[in-house]
Design a protein around this ligand. Structure first.
Ligand code: GLU
Length: 463
C-alpha cells in the first residue's frame, strides 16, 4: 500500500502543493504505507530542472522523505506508448484532427447555448481510410479516449464520500497531445496503476478528472487507487490562494527563517482538524492524522497562525539552534564567544532571524532611534532622571540592574512603570524586550553610560 505526491515541476512549491505532499505523507506514516514521489514533467515547455530540484530540496528541508522514487514521467514514454496502442487496438481511442480554433468555436457555441463544453465527436467515427489520408497529408492528431456512453461511474471518495458521474456528460477527451506527449489525465492514471499507488489524496480541483481516469484504467483492466479529494486553500480575502493573496513559495519561507516544523504544524491544521493545539513533531502530526478530520470546505490561509507555530517551534530550539538561526543577523557585530549569551537573552523576543538585529543594535550601536511612544517616555522622565542613572553607572560600571534601579528609585522617587520604562527605553530604544538585567550585563557599564548620555543629549536638543 502506498500514497504518492505527484507534483508538476512548472513552478516553485507553494502552500497548496506542499499541503498535498504533507497530507499524503502523514497518511502514509499513520497507516504504515509507502510514500512515492513522482515528477509529472510531461509539459515540456513549462517543466524545468530547476523547479524539479527545488521541489526535492523543499521536501528534504521539511523532512517529508519519500520511500520510493522520484520517478520522472518524461522517462516513461515507452510505457505510455504501450497503453496507447492497447487502447487504439481495442477501438477505445482514436486520432482527432480538429484544430484548436475549431474546438474553441464549438466550445463558444455550446457555452452560448448554456450547455457544458464537451467534444462534439467530429473525429469519433472516421474510417481507417480517412485517418490514413489525413496522416499522409501531414495533419497533426491528438489521441482521444472514447468515453463509453450510457454508463455511470461511481466511486467512494476517501474524504467526500460516494460520488456519481454520468459518462454522457463527459466528452471524449485528449490522452495524447499533438506533439506526442501524454496528457496529465492519462499518464497520471497510468502511473498510479503501474506504480501500485493504493491511495491518492489531492485537491478537489481534480475531482472531475477522477471519473475520466477511472474510465481509462477500467478500459485497460488496470486497478485505480482510492482517491480522496480535499478542499482547496483560500487566501485571506476568501478567493483561492495565489501569490496575489498570500501564498508564498516554500523556498521563500525557508529564506525568511521559518522553521520546518512551524510550517508543518501550520499546514497540517489547514483544512485538517486536530483535537488539541499542541505543537507536534512530524510523528505526532502523523499519529493523529485522520481522513475523517479533513474538512470538505476551503480552509483559509492565516499568517498569524503560521507565526504562532513559528513561536512554538522556536521555544523548543536549543541554544545552539537559536545561535544558528540568528547568526546572519549577529555575525560581525556580536563577538563569537558571546553568541550563546546573546541568544539566551533575546530568544523570547524574536520570531524571525532578522528580529535579532533590533537587539544587536540595542546592545551595540552608537546611538538609538526612538519611536514617538518611546520618545514620550523619555520626555516624561526628564533629563535629571537620566543624569542620575548615568552617574550611578559611571561610579560603578559593574553595577547590577537591581542596584541601579534601587538607586535611581531613591534619588527620583519614581517607581514601577515610571522607573522601569525610561530605563528600558534609554538602554534599549524599545518599550518591550528582553530582561533588562541581562541587557545591562551584556552591554556593560561603558555602553550604558553612553546610552544615558544619548538620552540626555536627545532631551537637550529635542528629537
Ligand atoms: N501533477 C498533478 C498536479 O500537480 C498531480 C495531481 C494529482 O495529485 O493527481 O496537480
Amino acid at each position: 500500500m502506498k500514497t504518492r505526491f505527484a507534483p508538476s515541476p512548472t513552478g516553485w512549491m507553494h502552500f497548496g502543493n506542499l499541503r498535498t505532499a504533507l497530507f499524503n505523507f502523514l497518511y502514509a506514516q499513520r497507516q504504515k504505507y509507502g510514500f512515492l514521489l513522482r515528477i509529472e514533467d510531461t509539459d515540456r515547455e513549462r517543466s524545468t530542472l530547476e523547479f524539479q530540484n527545488g521541489i526535492l530540496e523543499d521536501l528534504k528541508w521539511l523532512n517529508l522523505n519519500w520511500t520510493e522514487g522520484p520517478y520522472l514521467q518524461s522517462q516513461r514514454t515507452a510505457i505510455y506508448a504501450k497503453y496507447y496502442a492497447q487502447l487504439e487496438d481495442a477501438g477505445l481511442a482514436y486520432p482527432c484532427f480538429c484544430s484548436e480554433e475549431t474546438l474553441a468555436v464549438t466550445r463558444k457555441i455550446q457555452q452560448a447555448a448554456g450547455k457544458p463544453p464537451r467534444y462534439s465527436g467530429t473525429c469519433r467515427n472516421l474510417t481507417p481510410e480517412q485517418i490514413a489520408k489525413k496522416i499522409a497529408a501531414g495533419e497533426q492528431a491528438t489521441l482521444r479516449f472514447k468515453v463509453p456512453q450510457d454508463t455511470i461511474i461511481e466511486f467512494v471518495d476517501l474524504i467526500k464520500g460516494p460520488q456519481r458521474f454520468a459518462a454522457n456528460d463527459i466528452g471524449d477527451f485528449i490522452i495524447r497531445r499533438a506533439d506526442g506527449s501524454a496528457s496529465f489525465m492519462f499518464c497520471n492514471a497510468i502511473d498510479d496503476a503501474e506504480m501500485q499507488v493504493s491511495h491518492a489524496l489531492r485537491g478537489d480541483d481534480h475531482l472531475t478528472n477522477t471519473p475520466r481516469q477511472i474510465m481509462i484504467l477500467n478500459a485497460l483492466n488496470l486497478p485505480h487507487p482510492e482517491y480522496g479529494h480535499f478542499a482547496m486553500i483560500n487566501g485571506s480575502d476568501g478567493a483561492p490562494l495565489s501569490k496575489r493573496n498570500g501564498s508564498e513559495a516554500v523556498r521563500d519561507l525557508r529564506a525568511q527563517g521559518y522553521l520546518p516544523l512551524a510550517v508543518l504544524n501550520y499546514l497540517a491544521r489547514l483544512g485538517h482538524y486536530y483535537s488539541d493545539n499542541d505543537f507536534l513533531s512530524l510523528q505526532g502530526l502523523a499519529e493523529r492524522f485522520d481522513l475523517a478530520h479533513i474538512s470538505t470546505s476551503p480552509a483559509r490561509h492565516d499568517l498569524t497562525h503560521l507565526r504562532h507555530w513559528q513561536k512554538e517551534a522556536l521555544m523548543l530550539c536549543s541554544i545552539e539552534e537559536i545561535v544558528e538561526f540568528i547568526k546572519p543577523s549577529i555575525a560581525g557585530v556580536i563577538v563569537e564567544s558571546k553568541y550563546a549569551e546573546f541568544a539566551t537573552m533575546i530568544r523570547d523576543n524574536i520570531l524571525m532571524p532578522e528580529d535579532a538585529m533590533l537587539w544587536v543594535s540595542a546592545v551595540a550601536s552608537e546611538g538609538l532611534d526612538f519611536s514617538d511612544a518611546a520618545w514620550q517616555v523619555l520626555d516624561q522622565a526628564g533629563k535629571d532622571f537620566f543624569t542620575i542613572a548615568r552617574d550611578c553607572v559611571s561610579k560603578n560600571p559593574n553595577i547590577e540592574f537591581k542596584e541601579l534601579a534601587d538607586q535611581v528609585k531613591n534619588a527620583t522617587n519614581c517607581s514601577g512603570k515610571q522607573l522601569f520604562m525610561p530605563l528600558r527605553v534609554a538602554l534599549t530604544g524599545q518599550l518591550h524586550g528582553p530582561e533588562l538585567a541581562k541587557m545591562l550585563q551584556f552591554m556593560g557599564g561603558a555602553m550604558a553610560v553612553k546610552r544615558f548620555d544619548w538620552a540626555i543629549l536627545k532631551l537637550t536638543t529635542g528629537m
